[in-house]
Write a protein of this length. Structure first.
Length: 312
C-alpha cells in the first residue's frame, strides 16, 4: 500500500492534505510532516495543508488557504481521521482521488486507497515509516518534517507513557531527534500551560468523582468554563490528568459546549471505544470520544462506563 500511495503521489501535480476537526499534535504533525516531506521530495508539485487552524497549535505549523478550483484533478490525502464526519474542510470531496492514512480502527473505510495501521502509536509514526520504506524511491526527509513528526509522536503517546508506545515508536523517535530542531523548545511549546488552565486543573483534581467500580467522572458546564475563562478545547486537553489517580480504571470528562456535550473517554485497561461508538463517536480502545445532547445521556454514558469498569 505504501508503494501504491507513492505511485499515486507521483502521478498528481496538486496534492492537498487534510486532517480531523479539533486537531491535536498528531493531526498537525502527520499532516504538516507529510506536506513538508512531499514539498522537499517533489519541488515542482503544488502541495497544501488545509483546514481550520487551532490557535494553540500555531507554533507547530500554519495552514494554507486555497480556492475550491485547486481541487480539480487533485489528489487528496486525509491523515489521522477515522471517519468522514470528522474530516476538517468538506472540500476533501472535490478532489479526483482520495487516500486515507490512519491508525484508528477502520470503522469507516472511505477513500480510493486506504492505509490503516492500528498498531501504530500515531499517524506521525506511520508517515515516518512511509519515508523509511520509500526513501530509495524519491522521498526526502527534512528538519521541518522531522520536527512535526516527532511532535505528533510525542503528543499521541503522552510523552511515550501510553500503551500504544512500542519499540518501533522509540526507534523512530530516536532517529527523528537526529535532525536539526530544538527539542527543548518544542517540549516547552507543547506543554507550557496557561495559568487559567492550570487553575481549572486544580478544580478538576478536587472535584472529580471516583466511583467504587473504578470509574471516574467529571462534568464541566459552560458557566464553570466561563468562570475560569477556559475554552472547551483547552479543557479537553486536561482529560489525561486523571491518569495518575490510584484506583481509577477508566474515566470520562463531560464538557458542555453551545450545542452539545463533548464526551472524552480515557482508560487504563477497560475497552471504552465501544461506549463511544454507542453515542455516535469512536476512537482507540483506551482513548475515545463522542457527543451527546442531554444530561440524561450523560447519565447513560456514566452507567456504561461503570459497567465496563465492573467487568474489568
Amino acid at each position: 500500500m505504501k508503494e501504491k500511495i507513492l505511485e499515486t503521489i507521483k502521478a498528481y501535480e496538486t496534492i492537498i492534505v487534510h486532517r480531523h476537526v479539533r486537531p491535536d499534535p498528531d493531526a498537525y504533525g502527520s499532516q504538516g510532516g507529510l506536506v513538508e516531506m512531499l514539498r522537499a521530495s517533489f519541488p515542482g508539485k503544488k502541495i497544501f495543508a488545509v483546514g481550520t487552524e487551532e490557535p494553540s497549535l500555531n507554533f507547530l505549523n500554519r495552514l494554507d488557504v486555497i480556492e475550491d478550483d485547486m481541487y480539480q484533478q487533485a489528489l487528496v490525502i486525509v491523515c489521522d481521521t477515522a471517519n468522514q464526519e470528522r474530516i476538517c474542510d468538506e472540500r476533501y470531496r472535490l478532489g479526483e482521488k482520495l487516500v486515507k492514512i490512519d491508525h484508528h480502527p477502520n470503522e469507516d473505510p472511505y477513500g480510493d486507497l486506504l492505509w490503516v495501521d492500528t498498531s501504530a502509536s500515531s499517524v506521525s509514526e506511520m508517515i515516518y515509516d512511509f519515508y523509511l520504506s520509500q526513501k530509495d524511491y524519491g522521498l526526502v526527509m527534512t528538519d521541518a518534517a522531522a520536527r512535526l513528526l516527532f511532535a505528533g509522536i510525542v503528543g499521541d503517546t503522552g510523552r511515550f507513557l501510553y500503551p500504544s508506545t512500542t519499540q518501533r515508536t522509540f526507534d523512530y523517535a530516536g532517529e527523528l531527534i537526529r535532525y536539526d530542531f530544538d527539542r527543548t523548545e518544542l517540549f516547552n511549546q507543547m506543554y507550557e500551560t496557561d495559568s487559567k488552565v492550570m487553575k481549572l486543573q486544580g478544580f478538576i483534581m478536587q472535584n472529580f468523582e471516583l466511583m467504587p467500580s473504578g470509574a471516574g467522572v467529571l462534568i464541566l458546564k459552560k458557566d464553570l468554563l466561563q468562570r475560569f475563562n477556559v475554552t472547551p478545547s483547552a479543557a479537553s486537553q486536561l482529560v489525561s490528568s486523571l491518569g495518575n489517580v490510584k484506583g481509577i480504571k477508566a474515566w470520562c470528562f463531560f464538557i458542555e459546549e453551545e450545542d452539545q456535550i463533548r464526551v472524552r473517554l480515557r482508560s487504563k485497561g477497560p475497552v471504552i471505544n465501544e461506549i463511544a461508538k454507542k453515542y455516535n463517536g469512536g476512537g482507540h480502545p483506551l482513548a475515545a470520544g463522542a457527543s451527546v445532547h442531554s444530561w440524561e445521556e450523560v447519565e447513560d454514558v456514566t452507567k456504561d462506563l461503570e459497567a465496563v469498569c465492573m467487568e474489568a
